[in-house]
Design a binder for this molecule. Structure first.
Ligand code: MF3
Ligand code: CO
Ligand code: CO
Length: 281
């Protein structure tokens, strides 16, 4: 299996003028979010809508996956689904990102730019979609297979999903957010998988990335305490090798330094009285 290399990127897709843009649209980056990560029920209700659209757009992208299909074609399917449901593709033009979702193949950890590279039998591809609608975001990612994949990749993907679910089951008011990372890392270590440190979960609601950090590894640095109504993502990236990453010259594409394969799953959730409600399930 060969190393992933950059291919040409098609022009940014058009969004009907009738779809409201997020406040950061056209800016080099969003303004620093100073508000709370605890959302009132009326915002959470809107996030259920955004979350369901993101989930279904991701499934629409996944439906076109096959050997020979480009990641640009996945992007087209995601984009069409989002705009048909009155949602803005939150990654489009976000800090200059050129496409309507992220597609990350094999050793690409995250933030892969959809391009004209055809997928090959046996590859894995992560699709990460963020929908913005009615003032809120829903952010979700899953790992998909191109045809049949080797057993190591299949197990990595299954266990990354399980790691995410274990992290989500550790969510409860009164606990520190690093509980999530401790649980995920403990599970991943059983299999010798690397847990990516450089990219984390984040507060996600009216802000795309609020500044709240949700680690997927055990670190005392992240001692923010979860509260009922808090909205954030859990999105572990596990690797078959080492956890260190490097960045392509495009400034976006993150790869494992050792080029080992990486799987990722992501949900956006709200902390409930005694656990979590997944908003992108
Ligand atoms: N959806 C990604 C996340 O989970 C963020 C993508 S930002 C982009 O946080 F600019 F790379 F698109
Ligand atoms: Co996210
Ligand atoms: Co995401």
């Amino acid at each position: 299996m060969s190393q992933v290399v950059p291919y040409p990127i098609t022009r940014a897709r058009k969004v009907p003028a009738s779809i409201p843009r997020p406040p950061y649209y056209g800016d080099p980056g969003p303004e620093r979010y100073e508000g709370s990560d605890v959302m009132p029920e009326e915002i959470v209700a809107k996030m259920r809508v955004a979350g369901a659209i993101a989930r279904d757009a991701m499934a629409a992208g996944a439906a076109v996956i096959a050997p020979g299909v480009t990641t640009d074609a996945i992007d087209a399917a995601v984009h069409e689904y989002l705009v048909a449901h009155d949602a803005w593709p939150a990654t489009l033009d976000y800090r200059g990102f050129p496409k309507s979702c992220c597609t990350s193949v094999n050793e690409v950890v995250c933030h892969g730019i959809p391009d004209l590279r055809p997928l090959e039998e046996g590859e894995i591809v992560k699709i990460d979609v963020t929908a913005y609608i009615d003032g809120v975001h829903g952010d979700t990612c899953a790992t998909y297979f191109v045809g049949e994949v080797d057993e190591a990749s299949r197990l990595l993907s299954e266990r990354t999903h399980e790691a995410m679910m274990r992290g989500i089951r550790a969510v409860a008011p009164g606990r520190a957010v690093n509980t999530i990372g401790r649980v995920i890392e403990a599970y991943a270590s059983r299999f010798g998988y690397g847990v990516v440190h450089d990219y984390t979960g984040h507060g996600c609601h009216v802000a795309f990335h609020s500044g709240l950090v949700i680690p997927h590894y055990d670190s005392d640095r992240f001692d923010a305490v979860m509260q009922e109504g808090m909205c954030f993502t859990v999105e572990p990236m596990l690797t078959l090798g080492d956890w260190h990453t490097s960045l392509w010259k495009d400034g976006w594409t993150v790869v494992t330094r050792d080029l080992s394969r990486c799987a990722q799953f992501e949900h956006t959730l709200v902390v409930t009285e005694d656990g979590a409600e997944i908003l992108t399930a």
